[in-house]
Design a protein around this ligand. Structure first.
Ligand code: NCD
Length: 311
């Protein structure tokens, strides 16, 4: 396995399946039913230069449930970044302090840069509008838990496909497992051309539309995303597309019974809370799955094997 996880290209399909398999075995540990201090003595650096709730907390939960410990960058405004310290210098220091690091940064490419600067493993927790591969691992785990497979499903990715990094990483992974993809967004927020070209050149089956409601009866998974307000160069442009897709329970009448709705969260108004109590909602389970996905990843990157049999 590569030293770092920067994009899904760092993992082979076999490695992905092995990580998901380990993640499943760690479910009792994530639920607090078993204590398994596999990462005792290991220290994770949580380096979040952008807001985060789930990614940061689930990395921390994963490390602590496995007996390890965590140091946090804390509020960027109270870090030396405000004094003008470069990312390179900060990461070189972290390289000496900790055994592994999760990094979230507003600049696309920052995770690769940090990975090149450090000898410890860097896990990309989101680099601008680039990639978010650890989110993809938990997304794939959620889909696999639901359908018992990843292959051959029909998945709609909805909302901000331009600036949304979760869908950049996820579309790449799903197409490698032969899923049919439907990209649903307004034209201003469509999937970047280079990503569509890359996916199609690798044989991906992609449909592009603005029509969410027409796709609902056809799909196995609807993956909603937030419009990434913070990445818009212009407030007025954001105002034009804000609230463009908002799913309500009444929209789901024609959906397949087993269809699931996912969202990396936070949701703003893309999913009406009246969906929460329907059989389709999976976003809170999905968020929980972030703990096992990140446990599994950290064990693998730190070279720690999960003992055989049920843990
Ligand atoms: C996402 C992100 O930061 O890209 N959040 C997350 O990690 N669960 C999605 C978002 O912020 O909209």
């Amino acid at each position: 396995m590569n030293k770092d996880l920067i994009t899904m290209d760092d993992l082979t399909n076999e490695e992905i399946l092995s990580l998901l398999n380990d993640a499943e075995r760690l479910l009792p540990v994530a639920r607090g039913e078993k204590y398994l201090p596999l990462l005792q003595g290991k220290l994770l650096a949580n380096m979040f230069f952008e807001p985060s709730t789930r990614t940061r907390m689930s990395f921390e939960t994963a490390m602590k449930r496995l007996g390890g410990d965590v140091v946090n960058l804390g509020d960027v405004k109270s870090s030396s970044a405000v004094k003008g310290e470069t990312l390179y210098d900060t990461m070189r220091m972290v390289d000496g302090y900790c055994d592994i690091a999760a990094l979230r940064h507003p600049r696309q490419g920052a995770a690769q840069y940090a990975g090149d600067a450090c000898s410890i493993s860097i896990m990309n927790g989101g680099d601008g509008a680039g990639h978010h591969p650890t989110q993809t691992l938990l997304d794939l785990f959620t889909i696999q838990q639901e359908f018992g497979k990843l292959d051959g499903l029909k998945v709609a990715l909805v909302g901000d496909l331009r600036y949304g990094r979760t869908v950049h990483s996820l579309s790449h992974a799903l197409s490698r497992f032969n899923c049919e993809l439907i990209f649903i967004s307004p034209a201003q927020l469509s999937m970047p051309d280079e990503i569509v070209e890359d996916l199609t050149s690798h044989g991906a089956n992609i449909m592009i539309t603005e029509d969410l409601y027409g796709a609902i009866p056809e799909v196995d998974v609807i993956y909603m995303t937030r419009i990434q307000k913070e990445r818009f160069p212009d407030e007025d442009e954001y105002a034009k597309v804000a609230g463009i897709y908002c799913l309500e329970a009444s929209d789901l009448a024609g959906a397949k019974g087993e269809m699931i709705i996912m969202h990396p969260l936070p949701r703003v108004n893309e999913i009406n809370p009246d969906i929460d109590s329907t059989r389709h909602a999976r976003y809170f389970e999905q968020a929980f799955n972030g703990v096992v996905a990140r446990m599994s990843l950290m064990c693998k990157l730190l070279g720690v094997t999960i003992p055989g049999g049920d843990v």
